[in-house]
Design a protein around this ligand. Structure first.
Ligand code: ZN
Length: 240
C-alpha cells in the first residue's frame, strides 16, 4: 500500500498526524457531516455556536450530555491504536480536530486538541475551568460565580486556542511526514497545516475514503478508512 514511500522512511524521524471526525467514525462517533448533520432535527452547524448556546443553553447541554455518554462508552479503533504504536518507531505528534479523547485513550502521548475536549468545561464569564467525566445532571450547570458553564470546545465561528495553534504550526513546520487522516480539512485555519509541512519538504499523505480539496497537494492519497489503512502504515515502520 505504501510502496511508493518505503525507500524514504529510513529518513523519517518526525511524523505529524492531522486527524478529524472520520478516524472516530468507526468507534461509533457520528461525524455530524452530511447525513449525520442533524440531532433531533436540529442542524448541528447551528447548534454548535455561542449564539445557540446563549439562546438555549439547556438544549445545547442536552446535546453535549448525549455526546458525552456516547464518547465515554466508545473505544479507540485500529486507526487510533496504529498511531499510538508508531511512537515506538518515530517521534509522533497528533494534531486532532476531535474532542473525544480517543487518541489519548489509545495511548498516544503527544496530542494537541485543536477544538478542545468533551471532558473540559469552563465558565462563560470568569476564569474557572474543570474536567468532568460524568453526566452533567443539572443542565445548564452553574459556576460558583453564578454564571453558566459551557463545554470547553471550539464552536463554529470561534477562534482556536492561540497557544495550541502556535504549537501546532511549529510542529507542522518541523515534520518529515504529515499524515492527514479522516478529515477533509475544509475548516480554516487547520487546512493550512499541510502548507507549513510542505515548507519543510515533508511528505504529505492523505488517508480518507473520499476526495478532498487538499488531495491535489498530496504526495500520496489512500482512499480508505483510517482503521483499515493505518495499521499497514505502522507495520511498514515496524518491519524496517
Ligand atoms: Zn465563573
Amino acid at each position: 500500500m505504501f510502496e511508493a514511500i518505503k525507500e524514504q522512511i529510513k529518513d523519517i524521524q518526525k511524523i505529524v498526524f492531522v486527524t478529524g471526525a472520520g478516524i472516530s467514525q468507526e468507534s461509533g462517533i457520528p461525524t455530524f457531516r452530511g447525513k449525520d448533520g442533524l440531532w433531533k432535527n436540529y442542524d448541528v452547524m447551528k447548534l454548535a455556536t455561542i449564539e445557540a448556546f446563549y439562546d438555549n443553553p439547556k438544549l445545547v447541554w442536552e446535546w453535549y450530555n448525549e455526546r458525552r455518554k456516547n464518547i465515554f462508552a466508545a473505544e479507540p479503533n485500529q486507526g487510533h491504536k496504529a498511531i499510538s504504536e508508531l511512537e515506538k518507531y518515530a517521534d509522533v505528534v497528533v494534531l486532532t480536530q476531535n474532542i473525544d479523547g480517543l487518541h489519548q485513550r489509545a495511548g498516544s502521548t503527544k496530542v494537541l486538541e485543536l477544538h478542545g475536549s468533551i471532558v473540559k468545561i469552563k465558565c462563560t464569564v470568569c476564569d474557572y475551568e474543570d474536567e468532568i467525566r460524568t453526566e452533567i445532571s443539572n443542565a445548564p450547570p452553574l459556576c460558583k460565580c453564578g454564571n453558566i458553564l459551557r463545554p470547553d470546545v471550539v464552536w463554529f465561528g470561534e477562534p482556536l486556542s492561540q497557544n495550541v495553534w502556535q504549537k501546532s504550526i511549529v510542529l507542522a513546520g518541523q515534520c518529515d511526514l504529515m499524515v492527514i487522516a479522516g478529515t477533509s480539512l475544509v475548516v480554516s485555519p487547520a487546512n493550512t497545516l499541510p502548507i507549513y509541512a510542505k515548507q519543510n519538504n515533508a511528505i504529505l499523505i492523505e488517508v480518507n475514503p473520499a476526495d478532498t480539496p487538499m488531495s491535489p497537494e498530496m504526495d500520496m492519497v489512500v482512499r480508505d478508512s483510517s482503521a483499515n489503512v493505518l495499521p499497514n502504515f505502522t507495520s511498514m515502520f515496524r518491519e524496517n
